[in-house]
Unconditional design. Structure first.
Length: 213
């Protein structure tokens, strides 16, 4: 499969293990979307990175020595056949796996994944029309997370409408709002507080406060 980078860092965003937990990241190459505010554009081309076998990926992960795995991208589900084999192999060797995905491909059919972190793209991304139907987000479990990146008030309003609709339909997954940049943190905090939406997580990218990657 096509791998952009394997490295050890912290889960700086929402995760069932908790923000700040050390994890080995497997960043896969290639993405189906072109978000305006993407912070990893270098991994978007499918031909970026290098071709690696499942065995060589697992050997690299084992050499790092961390049992937490975060598979990200790019968009990992573009390589679904290889990803399935990788997840099975890692799970059978005792790794705890979470996958970050962009919300445009159904997050199903993978064995051994403990938690999904699924984006719902807001209008500022330019990719909102590519999102999965509501039923896909409603099928996520209480171990999973839905993340909205908030770049302005319009994003916040759209995200709140989606959140309230899903809650009324029995949403199980946890929901987080991720301010797009430092300048938005205070605004998103105040908007959430003033809306009395106390079960939404304010997701600040704490990995950007350290230099581990």
């Amino acid at each position: 499969m096509r791998v952009f980078k394997i490295f050890n860092s912290i889960d700086g965003e929402i995760n069932h293990r908790g923000q700040g937990s050390f994890s080995t990241f497997i960043r896969l190459a290639g993405c189906s979307l072109r978000c305006y505010w993407c912070d990893t554009p270098h991994s978007r081309p499918l031909d970026s990175g290098e071709e690696m076998s499942t065995e060589s990926i697992v050997d690299k992960v084992a050499s790092i020595g961390c049992k937490n795995i975060t598979i990200t991208g790019g968009e990992p589900l573009l390589q679904d056949v290889e990803l399935k084999k990788l997840c099975q192999t890692l799970w059978h060797r005792g790794y705890n796996i979470s996958i970050e995905t962009n919300g445009s491909i159904e997050p199903t059919g993978l064995y051994g994944v403990s938690s999904w972190i699924v984006d719902y793209k807001t209008p500022s991304s330019g990719m909102v029309d590519y999102m999965l139907p509501d039923k896909s987000f409603l099928s996520l479990s209480s171990n999973d997370f839905i993340k909205f990146v908030i770049a302005d008030l319009q994003d916040f309003i759209v995200a709140i409408r989606k959140y309230k609709k899903w809650k009324s339909l029995g949403l199980s997954a946890k929901v987080a709002f991720s301010p797009c940049g430092k300048d938005m943190v205070q605004s998103v905090f105040v908007w959430l507080q003033e809306s009395y939406l106390f079960d939404i997580i304010l997701n600040i990218q704490i990995h950007k406060l350290v230099s581990l990657e």
